[in-house]
Ligand binder design. Sequence first.
Ligand code: 6MZ
Length: 356
Amino acid sequence: ATVAGSEQSSPPPPLLYTQGQLDFCRRIPKIELHAHLNGSVRDSTIRELSTGLEGGAVSLPDLQRLTQQASRTLGECFQLFDVIHRITTTHAALTRITREVIEDMADDNVVYAEIRTTPKARPEHGMTTESYLDAVFKGVADYYAASRRTQDIQVRLLLSIDRRQSAAEAMGTARLAVQLRDEGVAGLDLSGNPSVGQWETWRPALEYARQQGLKVTVHAGEVWNPEEAAAILQWRPGRLGHMCCLDAALEKHLLDSGIPLELCLTSNVLTRSVPSYADHHFPSFWPGHPVVLCTDDSGVFASSLSREYALAAAAFNLSDEELQQLAVAAADYTFLEPGERAALRERMEAALLVES
Ligand code: 6MZ
């Protein structure tokens, strides 16, 4: 159990994985279940889109300070999201970043991804929450139109309720997710600055989505808030993100619940939700409890899913076979329909590099 929220910014000691470990992790097919769209934007695209923004929307020193830091506290991280959101304001920018995020995942041998994003209305850019999502869907379509892969990455979207949203706004996001279920939206997420807002505000929207048959994942325990983590756990979401800050009783409840955990090592270390890779709570759960390794924000934290697997291999001494077991098991925790899930699992198993 750790208490997060210390606002130091000195980087944690580096963790070394071998080139061989990284190469292996690149070669195995992987599943990404926790990636925020605007957190996964390439640094080069951020810089390119930020030049020429009218009205000094982002000051260059600010941008440089935030994008070049080795370690970011959670507070700085949310400052950086505000900056990125001022850069990805147009439909064209959203379409571009979506296409690029999928390209980067496919290049990293991710075969299935659930990408999450909060639909944002920006009247000054003629953008509604619906047109925001149309632009994202166009990015997905653009990716496939340009792709030459024979066995391509499969993509689904999750819509995120941001913790800054009111109950009514959260319900709006939930209704959109339900409406777009047949267009590639596989579920609903609750995320955003963990120090903002109250669980009870968004619970009715999540409840509505679940009653409509949609799957729901919730960020919890990213900072120390045992009452909230307990309430979320009791609500039993389909998956849980992070769950870093737990006491013994909560950890036991979580283990008993069997709810799959989305774990993002680099994100948790850099934001100081956990003190170091070696102290991450991954081994308290795996093996035995359903766990999936994810990137969270591959752009903001300068990582990739292969790198996260390699870091886990180095920190917890995982064999190639164990890395593959982890990757394949993730198929069972996706928000796909059962038939699609089984097909994905088969695809993963057919591509095994090491036979167990
Ligand atoms: C909680 C996070 C997050 O939705 O604009 N987000 N929420 N904890 C985290 N840990 C670091 N990382 C990202 O993507 C960016 C948004 O994702 C959420 C925040 O709400 C952030 O503004 P979209 O595409």
